[in-house]
Design a binder for this molecule. Structure first.
Ligand code: IPE
Ligand code: IPE
Ligand code: MG
Length: 242
């Protein structure tokens, strides 16, 4: 029996966030260069989005490139940016065909010009789609996002546009890149690493965490189903008693 049949459609998470990790190790296991792993990660991305859309998941956020990833060797960073441009270019049609909207979070100004241009074009072209929203975290880190929100709020306080007493969780959330996106109920990380790596720290306050040994290029629909089944077996208490 596929895990898909065990999923309770009435209790789907609205938003799944994924730390796609293990591309480099996947390539190394095959005696190839790291970039080969990134290239093969695209198939896993497509499968994941397709599976999520078919199930009726409203939001999928994929951690594609962190602020810290800029410190990797230049050839790897360049290859990742090129792959991003190429993939957005070739997949926008499919996103539109499948009624999937694209969004991006992160310091998009720091992306290479052509990369930002492709991304913005795809975001505009898919903006009216309603089935599922795919959020790409690019040049993203949670601490960057939080500091950015603090700066924006501080400026508003300084200009007397808001008072300090107005600052609460809702107001703070509204200054994050994710203001239009509900918090993820489920966070998945592949490759057997048990850490968050600066991803959505504020937003995952009460998310269920799911770790799998699978390396990202091997991640398939069935793996997403398994994560959802596991999620549905948990009791989310939010600090209360059962
Ligand atoms: C994840 O795979 C992709 C990005 C971080 C861009 P890695 O490149 O981190 O692969 P490993 O973790 O070194 O195997
Ligand atoms: C996290 O993976 C970032 C992305 C998946 C884009 P990393 O491979 O960069 O994280 P660390 O260095 O293992 O924590
Ligand atoms: Mg990694």
């Amino acid at each position: 029996m596929s895990s898909k049949e065990k999923i309770d459609i009435a209790k789907l998470p609205q938003h799944i966030a994924i730390i796609m990790d293990g591309n480099g190790r996947w390539a190394k296991q095959k005696g190839k260069v790291r970039v080969f792993g990134h290239q093969n990660g695209v198939k896993a991305v497509k499968e994941t989005i397709e599976a999520a859309a078919e199930l009726g998941i409203n939001f999928v956020t994929l951690y594609a490139f962190s602020t810290e990833n800029w410190s990797r060797p230049k050839y790897e960073v360049d290859a990742l940016m090129q792959l991003l441009v190429k993939t957005i270019n070739s997949e926008t049609k499919t996103l539109n065909k499948n009624n999937i909207r694209l969004l991006a979070i992160g310091d998009l100004e720091s992306l290479p010009k052509n990369c930002k241009k492709e991304l913005m074009e795809a975001i505009n072209s898919t903006s009216q789609n309603t089935r599922t929203t795919l959020v790409l975290a690019l040049s993203y880190s949670s601490k960057w996002e939080i500091i950015d929100a603090v700066k924006q709020i501080s400026l508003k306080v300084k200009n007397n546009e808001i008072s300090i007493d107005d600052i609460d969780q809702n107001l703070f959330s509204s200054f994050l890149n994710t203001s239009s996106i509900p918090d993820p109920e489920l966070l998945i990380r592949t490759s057997g690493e048990y850490r968050i790596s600066n991803f959505l720290l504020w937003q995952i306050a009460y998310s269920e965490l799911y770790f799998t040994e699978k390396l990202w290029p091997d991640f398939r629909k069935e793996d997403l189903y398994e994560a959802i089944v596991d999620f549905q077996s948990r009791e989310r208490r939010f600090g209360k008693t059962s």
